[in-house]
Design a protein around this ligand. Structure first.
Ligand code: ACM
Length: 499
């Protein structure tokens, strides 16, 4: 059952990943496991603990069983991720081996959804690679498995693209440091290295290293390249891709221009060389389609392709890009606006404007990730706005994230397999500093993690809060800047003011 080398590699993994909660048994574990049977007695953790570990055929993906008896710990697991998650649970139970006496118990655990994601907006404010790695560590602890990086937007392009160097020489920099000042000013860009230029981008080498760091923790990084809207920085760097042919005129690429498709295919080819993810996110949200109505090239495209309106024009673009991505063996995700004008075959929908877009897409046989703003937008203030840092507005306390259930009564049962999971999004317009972003994620990302992993019948808001307080103590000890849940104003009337 156990080989010596397996034993030592397990210990090495335990030492490698610096996490665990303060619990002596499974009572503090986040996300709450599927089944816990408490036993009698304890196991006293030895300097050379007795862990028997083996792979078992036929178990569900990512699942594991963990048994603690007076003699030691036995782990059965389905696949490498299942083994990793068993060790995360054990590390939470033993606080990384700091707690020497653990309660005898048996745990059977498997995820409710295969997709448990967290979103990072590195365009509005550039984030360091170290920051991203630190969040990956915490995500792994809570068994999250997708990191969605919003790499491009008006506020800055963040990935080195060899074929289009102006994207990062110019499109990645701006004169103002905060998004707010930039947005309220002239929204100009700046040359890299010019005085006061703020921004940044990741080299391919840095991104490859990040992908590998995440992969070792069973997290897939999903890159997002926005199109056709939210693309002011692209059009400032390469004005010929806009309908006007000039910079600073619009945020949407010209769909009538073949050069735009050449650009997208070249960019996505480089993106797919760096990111091996199953999914490539191509945005698709909030395009202002007015320019296309007046653009002769877009009008010509609509005529030639028999497109009835500008929604169909955008849909034409998304379908074409989707076919390109699929030809490389990948799949696209788009925000739910990609439903407008007709959904591309094989596209996965990220439902953010509510859940109806996701439900409609499921009914059409498409995969869906739920991230409705009402529950999953972590850029809203998490407590009484007057005591919180400035935010985009709204109020989304931990409890409100936690109560959300992605499965709704109106969803057809036979389509539920299309519901891949849930994601928390943190747009960063009002979040200049890495530490501030961290504060917005934790603890609310733990609620997303538990909703994505745990059985709904095992969820309990009060118990979750107790466990979250314990996990926050641990994160604080590890140097995370977390929200002070203990002193939350919560549902008191004051929390609702100043929205
Ligand atoms: C979005 O929040 N615009 C996807």
């Amino acid at each position: 059952m156990k080989t010596l080398s397996r034993f030592f590699s397990t210990i090495a993994i335990l030492l490698l990943f610096p996490f665990g909660s303060l619990a002596q048994g499974p009572e503090n574990v986040i996300p709450v496991p599927s089944e816990i049977r408490l036993g009698k007695g304890t196991y006293v953790w030895q300097d050379a603990p007795d862990i028997r570990i083996r792979r078992v055929k036929g178990m569900a993906p990512e699942s594991y069983e963990l048994k603690v008896d007076e003699k030691g710990v036995t782990i059965k697991y389905s696949d490498n991720a299942g083994e990793f998650y068993a060790l995360q649970t054990l590390k939470q139970m033993t606080c990384d081996g700091k707690i020497k006496t653990i309660a005898c118990c048996e745990i059977s655990d498997s995820p409710r959804f295969p997709y448990r994601g967290l979103h990072f907006d590195v365009s509005r404010h550039f984030r360091s690679i170290d920051f991203l790695k630190k969040q990956i560590d915490a995500m792994a602890m809570f068994k999250m498995n997708r990191m969605h990086i919003h790499l491009t937007d008006a506020a800055g392009w963040r990935m080195q693209i060899d074929a289009y160097p102006r994207l990062t020489e110019f499109g990645a920099w701006r004169p103002q440091e905060t998004w707010k000042e930039w947005w309220n000013g002239d929204r100009l860009y700046a040359e890299e290295g010019s005085e006061g230029a703020y921004g940044g981008y990741y080299t391919k080498e840095e991104l490859r290293e990040l992908v590998e760091y995440a992969r070792e923790r069973y997290i897939e990084i999903i890159p997002e390249i926005e199109m056709p809207g939210h693309s002011e920085e692209v059009l400032a760097a390469y004005p010929e891709l806009s309908c006007a042919g000039e910079p600073y005129r619009q945020g949407e690429m010209c769909i009538g221009n073949e050069k735009v498709f050449t650009f997208i295919e070249n960019v996505l080819t480089e993106v797919m060389e760096v990111f091996p993810s199953e999914f490539i996110h191509i945005g698709g949200d909030e395009a202002n389609k007015e320019h296309w109505k007046k653009c002769p090239k877009c009008q010509q495209r609509m005529k030639e392709e028999g497109l009835a309106d500008v929604d169909e024009l955008q849909s034409y673009m998304i379908r074409r890009v989707s076919r390109f991505v699929e030809s490389k063996g990948r799949r696209i995700i788009g925000w739910d606006e990609i439903l407008d004008g007709g959904l591309a075959a094989g596209a996965t929908v990220m439902s953010w404007r509510g859940t109806q877009g996701g439900i409609d897409a499921m009914e059409m046989g498409h995969d869906v990730i739920m991230t409705p703003g009402r529950y999953c937008y972590l850029d809203h203030a998490q407590d009484a706005p007057f005591k919180e840092p400035e935010s985009i507005g709204g109020y989304l306390p931990l409890d409100s994230v936690y109560v959300y259930d992605p499965v709704e009564p109106s969803m057809p049962a036979e389509k539920l397999h299309h519901l891949l999971g849930i994601q928390g999004n943190l747009w960063a317009e009002y979040i200049p500093a890495d530490g501030h972003a961290e504060y917005m994620y934790w603890p609310r990302a733990m609620a997303i993690a538990e909703t994505g992993w745990s059985r709904p019948e095992n969820k309990d808001a009060d118990d979750f809060r107790r466990r979250a307080l314990s996990a926050l103590d641990h994160l604080k000890g590890e140097g995370y800047n977390v929200f002070d849940l203990e002193n939350e104003y919560g549902e008191r009337k004051l929390a609702q003011t100043g929205l």
